[in-house]
Write a protein that binds this ligand. Structure first.
Ligand code: ATP
Length: 339
């Protein structure tokens, strides 16, 4: 089958850098109104190539609407979005060549097997002959579906179905993946499998833009997190900086192999350190810095002074707490918040 008949406007001038440094995703002042609802409000953000960015927000925050616009399935009311430099409204075919889209629900294809399903989409993408067979085999191997090639799609578990949906979005080896709630409804094992696949894709240099309302899920695999609330971007930063927050000190939980009696005295004699409280197996200390070099120096001194340290654990804020805190700050600043 030929490529779907999507007509692009005349080509845009090539970027001066040949496209290499152009961000994978650029969104500028994007808004989308539905009758009576402004789903997306003046949203701007950039995702550099090769990054994994989590898109986080409550139900109805505007994630799917933004992602559907990036995937060329909807038009913004105002503003613009580009994928690898190509405008999603004027050059949708260029965008579709570069983007793999995984919707939060995939259609029902009850009388198709896994192989037939992938073959259908590979044909629609223009793959022919041996190339098509090879590409489907590669995708099935990557998503661990080879042994399920003849299984009917509606007989797949939720996790298998999500892997199939991811496989479908990978058929044309896109540079940018836009994944809408891929882990929703998966059991813990299926979540781990999916995270593993996303990690491999990131290592291969793909840009991944992934939404979820479960923050802990995204924190460990994303370079940065983009928070959206009531259609507005309210924060964009690394998971690490969010966990650290604006704190100027570090709270460290110390576990000792035996006898915690020396810890308070040691802390009172050590620069940068204040003893906070005793715990069953050691205690909590506060260090007057967030500089990793200072933390490492404190740990080294603790060991060289003969304390039997078995664990030195930085206590971080939970990402959920950071999100709530940001909402609280906005509310205090007078920005209306709807959770
Ligand atoms: P969820 O996590 O529940 O999927 P979301 O962050 O993806 O939420 P959106 O689906 O983008 O949120 O919806 C944002 C707002 O826009 C919601 O109020 C929703 O009801 C509304 N909305 C989305 N699509 C339409 C539509 N086609 N017509 C009218 N309103 C819509």
């Amino acid at each position: 089958m030929n490529e779907p008949a999507i007509l692009d406007a005349p080509p845009e001038p090539a970027p001066a850098d040949g496209g290499g440094e152009t961000p994978a995703i650029e969104v500028r002042n994007l808004s989308r109104w539905f009758p009576g609802v402004q789903a997306v409000r003046d949203v701007s953000f950039t995702v550099p190539r090769g990054q994994v960015v989590g898109f986080v927000g409550a139900n109805g925050a505007g994630k799917t609407t933004t992602m559907r616009i990036l995937a060329t399935l909807d038009h913004p009311t105002t503003g613009e979005a580009r994928i690898c430099g190509h405008n999603v409204v004027t050059h949708p075919a260029e965008v579709r060549r570069r983007i793999g889209w995984m919707p939060d629900h995939y259609g029902t294809y009850s009388h198709m097997t896994v192989l037939e399903y992938l073959d259908f989409f590979a044909r629609a993408l223009g793959f022919k002959g041996d190339e098509r067979i090879e590409r489907i085999a590669e995708v099935m191997e990557f998503t661990d579906l080879t042994g399920l090639a003849d299984r009917l799609v509606n007989a797949l578990s939720k996790g298998m179905g999500q892997r199939l949906c991811l496989g479908r979005s990978l058929l044309h080896d896109p540079e940018v993946l836009v994944l809408d709630e891929p882990a929703a409804g998966l059991d813990p094992k299926a979540r781990v499998e999916l995270k593993h696949l996303i990690r491999i894709l990131a290592q291969e240099g793909k840009t991944v833009f992934i939404s979820s309302h479960i923050l802990s899920e995204l924190g460990e695999m994303c370079d940065s997190l983009l928070f959206i609330n009531q259609g507005r971007i309210i924060h964009h930063g690394s998971a690490e900086s969010l966990r650290r927050g604006s704190a100027a000190t570090s709270l460290v939980e110390v576990r000792l192999a035996h006898s915690n009696e020396r810890l308070p005295e040691w802390a009172s004699l050590s620069p940068h350190v204040t003893f906070r409280e005793t715990t069953k197996e050691g205690g909590r200390i506060e260090i007057d810095s967030v500089d990793p070099e200072i933390l490492a120096t404190v740990l080294r001194r603790m060991v060289s002074d003969g304390l039997p340290v078995v664990d030195f654990h930085l206590q971080e804020r939970k990402l959920e707490d950071a999100f709530i805190e940001i909402l609280g700050e906005l509310e205090a600043a007078g920005t209306p918040i709807v959770s």
